[in-house]
Ligand binder design. Structure first.
Ligand code: ADP
Length: 355
C-alpha cells in the first residue's frame, strides 16, 4: 500500500494561543512494501505526522492517500493499520495470549488459526514463555514486545511504529529491530518507523525522511542521504562518530580552514571570500601511507573558534573505519605543517553558514 502525504500540515495552538507548526507542508510518497524511517530530533513533528496517518490527529491542511484512496477523513479503525506506541497500554485484565489474539477475535478469525498465529507472533518477538502472564507481570520491554505482536498479528496494510524500541535494553533493541525488519520483509507491510535515533533509522530503513521544525529536510536511501546531505542539519544529524565542523573561507577560488588549504573546491559552487561551514566526515581523513608518524595516524584539523582545543580524528591505519575523536590541548607538538594526511573530498561538505 503506497502512502502519499500531500502538503500535510498540522498547526497546534499552545496555552498562550501561539501557533506551533508541528508539521509543515509535508509532501512525501512512501513506496508500497517499504520500511521508511521518519527521523529527527525530539519535537520535530514525527509523532504528529504518524498520528495523522493513523487518523488520531486531524490535519490542519493537506491530504493523505493510501493507494488511490483518500483517507484524510477516514476513521482510524477503518484504515487497516497496525500501531505501536512507545508506551502502548495493553489490556491489563487480559493475558498476553488474549492481548495478542484480541484483534483477531474482532476480525472473527477462526479460533484455531488465531491461536496458531498468536503463538507464531509471540515466538517472533521472543515472549513465547510469557503467554499466560498478565501485562503487570511483565517488564516494560516485554510489554512492548507484546504490543508489537498485537499490532502485526492482524496483518495490517500499514504498520506505524512510534519509537517502538525506546523501552528495550540495548541488546534487545538491536535484536528486535532486526526482527521488525525481517517481519516487514516477509509480510511486505508498508511500514513507517518513527525514531530520534539516527543509527536505528539508518540500519533498518529502506529510506529515511529526515525532519526538523516540522519540515522535511531530506528523503532517500540511508547511505545516499549520508553521502549527500543537502544541508548542515542533515550532515550533523547523521553519523557516528559525528561529522567534524569547521569555519571555512574561500580565497582565490580555494577553500581554507584556518591556514590549511583544502585542495579542491570544484563542484561546491562557492563565492569568493564567502564564510562557510565545512563538514568533514571522520572517515574522510586518509593517512599518508609512508608517514613517519607511523602507528597512530593523526589527521589534523583545527578550529580557531574553539581556542586552544584541537579537534583530532585519530585512526590506526589498518582500521581506519574505527576512527575516533580526541581533543588535545597541547599545541606544542602538533602544528599544521607537521600534519600528514589526505582528505577524501567526497566526504567533505561545504554549507552556507547558519545565521
Ligand atoms: P516528535 O514526535 O518529533 O518528538 P511531535 O510531533 O510530538 O514531535 O511534536 C511536534 C511539535 O508539536 C512540538 O513542538 C510539540 O510540542 C507540538 N505538539 C505536539 N502535540 C501537541 C498538542 N497536542 N498540542 C500542542 N502542541 C503539540
Amino acid at each position: 500500500m503506497e502512502i502519499k502525504l500531500q502538503n500535510l500540515t498540522k498547526i497546534f495552538s499552545d496555552k498562550s494561543g501561539k501557533e506551533v507548526r508541528a508539521v509543515d507542508n509535508l509532501d512525501i510518497t512512501i513506496p508500497n512494501g517499504k520500511l521508511i524511517g521518519l527521523l529527527g530530533p525530539s519535537g520535530c513533528g514525527k509523532s504528529t505526522t504518524l498520528y495523522m496517518i493513523a487518523g488520531l490527529h486531524t490535519p490542519t491542511g493537506g491530504k493523505i492517500f493510501f493507494g488511490d484512496e483518500e483517507v484524510t477523513e477516514v476513521a482510524p479503525e477503518k484504515r487497516g493499520i497496525g500501531l505501536v506506541f512507545q508506551n502502548y497500554a495493553l489490556y491489563p485484565h487480559m493475558t498476553v495470549r488474549q492481548n495478542i489474539m484480541f484483534p483477531l477475535e474482532n476480525l472473527r478469525v477462526d479460533k484455531e488459526e488465531a491461536e496458531q498465529r498468536t503463538v507464531e507472533m509471540a515466538k517472533l518477538v521472543g515472549i513465547e514463555e510469557l503467554l499466560d502472564r498478565k501485562p503487570a507481570q511483565l517488564s516494560g520491554g516485554q510489554q512492548q514486545r507484546v504490543a508489537i505482536a498485537r499490532a502485526i498479528v492482524k496483518k495490517p496494510k500499514v504498520l506505524l511504529l512510534d519509537e517502538p524500541l525506546s523501552n528495550l535494553d540495548a541488546r534487545l533493541r538491536l535484536q528486535t529491530r532486526e526482527e521488525i525488519k525481517r517481519i516487514q520483509r516477509e509480510t511486505g507491510i508498508t511500514t513507517i518507523f518513527v525514531t530520534h535515533d539516527q543509527e536505528e533509522a539508518m540500519s533498518i530503513s529502506d529510506e529515511i525522511v529526515v525532519m526538523n521544525f516540522g519540515l522535511e529536510q531530506q528523503k532517500g536511501e540511508p547511505q545516499s542521504v549520508y553521502d549527500n546531505p543537502t544541508n548542515q542539519f542533515v550532515a550533523q544529524f547523521l553519523g557516528t562518530p559525528p561529522i567534524n565542523l569547521y569555519e571555512g573561507v574561500i580565497k582565490n577560488g580555494k577553500l581554507f580552514i584556518g591556514n590549511s588549504e583544502i585542495r579542491s573546491v570544484e563542484g561546491f559552487n562557492l563565492k569568493e571570500d564567502e564564510g562557510v561551514t565545512v563538514g568533514i566526515r571522520p572517515e574522510a581523513y586518509i593517512p599518508v601511507k609512508d608517514s613517519k608518524q607511523a602507528k597512530l595516524v593523526i589527521a589534523y584539523n583545527f578550529v580557531e573558534s574553539i581556542g586552544r582545543d584541537i579537534g583530532l580524528v585519530c585512526a590506526h591505519p589498518e582500521s581506519l573505519n574505527e576512527s575516533f575523536r580526541i581533543i588535545i590541548r597541547d599545541l606544542a607538538e602538533i602544528t599544521p605543517e607537521k600534519m600528514n594526511f589526505d582528505l577524501n573530498l567526497k566526504k567533505v561538505f561545504v554549507f552556507r553558514k547558519i545565521s
